[in-house]
Design a protein around this ligand. Structure first.
Ligand SMILES: Cc1ncc(COP(=O)(O)O)c(C=O)c1O
Length: 393
């Protein structure tokens, strides 16, 4: 078996895309778009109200509050719950999520993630540095220990919220992500399982919090029409909300498609030396927002970056998230003066690789990509020289 890095033709000459948005057929939405444009109701209309209702129902909460972005939603939530206070967050976090905490007036304290589960887990014996708020994270679609965090939250009387951008369709013990803690925050960008083009959603059972969030996204303007409290301009548009409603109907089918792909990848990769696949507990459903594997370089024979170079030469797009997680991103460190050692996060940032999950990826593609990785491991001695030092981001 020869590889493209050795001069063989690429195994996937048509190229395999990493991801693409899952969208409804265009003609199904045209009449709705026409109506929105004809009525001139471009915001604060029926579609926004409907998406809020349907999102809340999908995650089994009393309330869902739409925003123009997930970042704005998280900023608003932190501003209302922990402005001027300490917010505990996972070191292995999307950097803009950390910046939303800063924008909300919170001061971040990072905590390293578990080297086994890759998520932030509560240390049951510790106060975790006495934060005023904890941000959990459903990383790559794996629920971020929400049952454990809820128990910790109760014991320490500290509210917990979740970055649920990767979480739609995932659940623990049949409780959907979106329903945990005081509130959860979704993003609706095109890479998410539910998309509105752009947008964000806070889900919560707290009606007062929901009302404050609705005021906040509308310049802080209250129901009495007065600019009574701090706020921002972060309303959704009706066009986006309409797309969001259509997209939400596709969620469970898309989640199930990803579960099938993950099974195909896993069946082959679990036998490949040096490849770690996260183990899904039986009582959890993962949406596989990302299918992430960890490459242990000594055992595998190539580094994650060398393997990424080899795979991309074969015509397969892969991702390396997060090569610069929040705890080391210059923008975050610059703002908040963060110090600390995060050894698990540091390892993960150099060893995690995400494989394609785009709608066009077939089960056969997943088997062939997994096979390619397995063969790269078997031939790593020969390939090492060709790939050495390549693919670094
Ligand atoms: C994990 C995570 N958190 C937060 C965000 C921010 O969401 P938005 O881009 O809608 O502001 C994203 C967006 O990609 C994300 O992936």
């Amino acid at each position: 078996m020869r590889f493209a890095v050795e001069g063989a033709p690429p195994r996937f000459p048509e190229s395999i895309l990493y991801s693409a948005p899952v969208l409804p057929p265009a003609d199904s939405m045209i009449p709705e778009i026409q109506t929105i444009l004809e009525t001139g109701l471009l915001n604060k209309g029926a579609w926004s109200a409907r998406l809020e209702r349907e999102f809340a129902s999908a995650v089994e909460t009393g309330e869902a509050v739409l925003f123009s972005s997930g970042g704005a939603a998280l900023t608003a939530l932190v501003r209302l719950l922990a402005s001027g206070k300490k917010v505990l967050a996972p070191a292995f976090l999307f950097p803009p999520a950390a910046l939303s905490i800063v924008d909300g007036g919170g001061s971040i304290r990072f905590q390293d993630v578990s080297p086994e589960s890759w998520i932030l887990e509560p240390d049951e014996t510790e106060s975790m540095g006495d934060p005023a708020l904890v941000l959990g994270f459903h990383l790559f679609g794996r629920p971020g220990a929400p049952i454990e965090w809820e128990a910790w939250s109760k014991r320490h009387d500290v509210p917990v919220i979740f970055d649920a951008a990767h979480g739609p369709g995932s659940s623990v013990r049949q409780r959907p992500c979106g329903s945990f803690g005081v509130a959860e925050v979704f993003s609706l960008t095109p890479s998410k399982l539910v998309t509105a083009g752009e947008g964000g959603v806070v889900t919560t059972d707290d009606q007062d919090l929901a009302r404050e969030l609705r005021n906040f996204r509308n310049y802080g303007k209250g129901e009495d029409g007065r600019f009574g409290s701090h706020g921002m301009s972060a309303r959704p548009t009706e066009l986006a909300a309409c797309l969001g409603c259509y997209s939400l109907t596709l969620l469970s089918e898309e989640r199930d498609r990803r579960v099938r792909l993950a099974l195909e990848y896993g069946a082959i990769l679990q036998e490949a030396g040096g490849v770690e696949i996260p183990e899904r507990p039986e009582d959890e459903v993962w949406n596989y927002h990302e299918y992430a594997i960890r490459i242990h370089p000594d055992e595998f024979g190539l580094t994650r970056d060398e393997l990424a170079y080899l795979i991309e030469a074969e015509g397969v797009e892969v991702r390396r998230q997060y090569t610069e997680p929040a705890c080391i991103a210059p923008s975050v460190i610059g703002v908040d003066g963060i110090k600390g050692q995060f050894p698990a996060t540091e390892c993960l940032s150099g060893e995690l690789l995400q494989l394609p999950m785009a709608p066009g990826v077939t089960l056969q593609d997943a088997r062939s990509i997994a096979q390619l990785i397995s063969e790269a491991h078997s031939c790593s001695g020969r390939l090492k020289e060709l790939c050495r030092g390549t693919g670094r981001c």
